[in-house]
Design a protein around this ligand. Structure first.
Ligand SMILES: Cc1cc2nc3c(=O)[nH]c(=O)nc-3n(C[C@H](O)[C@H](O)[C@H](O)COP(=O)(O)OP(=O)(O)OC[C@H]3O[C@@H](n4cnc5c(N)ncnc54)[C@H](O)[C@@H]3O)c2cc1C
Length: 458
């Protein structure tokens, strides 16, 4: 019936173009990854593929990753199907040529903190060790959508950290200088410049939390959290990685000589030469199965979103003093984060007084928010170390590795941590960037004290 498309091109002609495009994609994919790696011939997203699927009434889309039953044995098992675990599997396959890998997830992919967080991505941390780790990650974010051929909606809208006290001003200026010495962008804004950059903020000196300036990292931004997990899962699965959901690890098996031999799961025993744990708030529980005690405390951290409104908030604003952070999602919701609940818990929710305090303060900072209605709130289980810096390291058990302690701020590190964790697993030694982030630092005293530096790590 419709012989011509809206662009004045005939449908048979479009079909030939789409066929050639699909064939070219398969050939280029085979050349990049070889036959063995192509488990399911990942469908590429492009303008052509969208048109081709539209012409076929969108009936031709395949599942994004393979659904598999676990094999009896793997070279590497990754525990935890969040962004960090899936990303590590991707980089192990992509950069280290290792394919006999399984990611085991006790629930669904990204059902942990990955899809519960407020997605602030920045690298302006104080200490050299941290800023180099987070900057490694930020650089990977900048090319991630292209690398994965999956739109992770990384939006570099800047992150403005506002100062309310003389102490805040000194601390943030120190961050600006330290970052710039390390080649990381960060700049100081006066209250008037803050207002110009983010007009909804109230810079009156007569409010409870007056804005005395702010530090701005323009390359900082947000991303679509679950897309990151899905993008890594899709690309890893395509290279042969098995992704197994609804499979909880309930034990870590070891040989009489001590090294890891595999895991016990709710789907049975799976053997492995190496086991790598990326289980966020449950890391200490999983490592406890191998007799390792981690310096971690698991606390709930809450977030909430408002009803969607038109674009009104151009950047990310963080206030460490009142412990609030705000950005606007692409759907229009105000995404708001609060501080951690102070008690230890494994529930994905927290006390009402924490978001209530945050909302009171935010309403003072941005009076126009008073008329917004809140739609949803939730919590995640954050894994907090005493110095609020992560651990990405080998453990004392041969063949057992851990990437944890990201607490309230590990989403921004997803590609960087995954990339360096993969290196550590593949080479059995840390990359120079993650070498300081050991478990032993808590015994030896070589802390990377971002807790004291900023009191907040989101
Ligand atoms: C409310 C909130 C706001 C946040 N805001 C930010 C922010 O703005 N910016 C930022 O950088 N970070 C933020 N974070 C932190 C960030 O979300 C995390 O540090 C990061 O997502 C951790 O990723 P992950 O892949 O390690 O963990 P997760 O996504 O939690 O993945 C771990 C997975 O392990 C699985 N698992 C656990 N135990 C087992 C087991 N025994 N067997 C199998 N699987 C298991 C879990 O089910 C889970 O899916 C926030 C966190 C929360 C909760």
């Amino acid at each position: 019936m419709f012989s011509r498309t809206g662009f004045g091109v005939s449908v048979p002609y479009m079909k030939i173009v789409c066929f050639i495009h699909a064939a070219a994609q398969i050939v280029s994919h085979r050349l990049r990854y070889g036959y063995a790696a192509c488990g399911m011939n990942m469908q590429k997203f492009s303008a052509f593929s969208l048109v081709r699927q539209a012409l076929g009434a969108n009936q031709g889309w395949k599942p994004q990753w393979r659904s598999v039953k676990p094999k009896a044995a793997y070279d590497i098992i990754i525990v935890g199907g969040g962004g960090h675990g899936l990303g590590a599997a991707y980089y192990l396959a992509k950069q280290h040529g290792l394919r006999n890998i399984a990611v085991v997830e006790r629930g669904w992919l990204a059902g942990g903190n990955t899809a519960r967080n407020t997605t602030i991505i920045r690298s302006n941390y104080l200490f050299d060790e941290s800023s180099s780790y987070y900057e490694h990650s930020l650089k990977l974010w900048e090319g991630l959508s292209q690398e994965l051929n999956y739109n992770v909606m990384f939006s570099q809208r800047g992150c403005l950290m506002i100062a309310h006290t003389v102490h805040d001003v000194q601390v943030f200026k120190r961050h600006v200088h330290a970052n710039r010495l390390n080649g990381i962008d960060n700049e100081w804004l006066t209250p008037q410049e803050v207002k110009e950059f983010c007009p909804p903020l109230n810079i009156s000196p007569n409010i409870r939390y007056p804005i005395m300036g702010g530090s701005l990292q323009r390359r900082a931004g947000t991303a679509r959290h679950d897309a990151v997990a899905w993008g890594f899962a899709r690309a890893a699965s395509d290279m042969g990685v098995d992704i197994i959901e609804n499979c909880e690890v309930i034990g870590i098996n070891r040989a009489p000589t001590g090294e890891v031999t595999g895991v016990e799961t709710t789907l049975g025993t799976i053997k492995a030469k190496k086991v790598a744990v990326s289980a966020a708030g449950h890391s200490s529980v999983v490592l406890g199965m191998a007799g390792i005690r981690l310096p971690l405390q698991s606390n709930p951290l809450q977030a909430l979103v408002s009803e969607p409104v038109k674009p009104a908030f151009p950047t990310i604003v963080m206030s460490n003093t009142i412990h609030a952070y705000i950005s606007q999602s692409d759907k229009g919701e105000m995404v708001i984060g609060a501080g951690t609940d102070s008690y230890v818990s494994y529930t994905q929710r927290g006390g009402l007084h924490i978001p209530a305090h945050t909302l009171e303060a935010i309403n003072e900072l941005c009076p126009m928010f008073r008329r917004l209605r809140m739609m949803r709130s939730w919590g995640g289980i954050t894994d907090n170390t005493p110095d609020r810096s992560p651990i990405t390291a080998k453990t004392s058990v041969p063949g057992l590795y851990v990437n944890c302690g990201w607490g309230t701020g590990g989403f921004k590190a997803t590609p960087g941590a995954a990339n360096l964790f993969a290196w550590t697993i593949a080479k059995n030694e840390p990359h120079p960037i993650n070498a300081p982030f050991t478990i032993e630092r808590f015994r030896e005293g070589a802390l990377i004290d971002e807790a004291a530096a900023a009191a907040v790590a989101h």
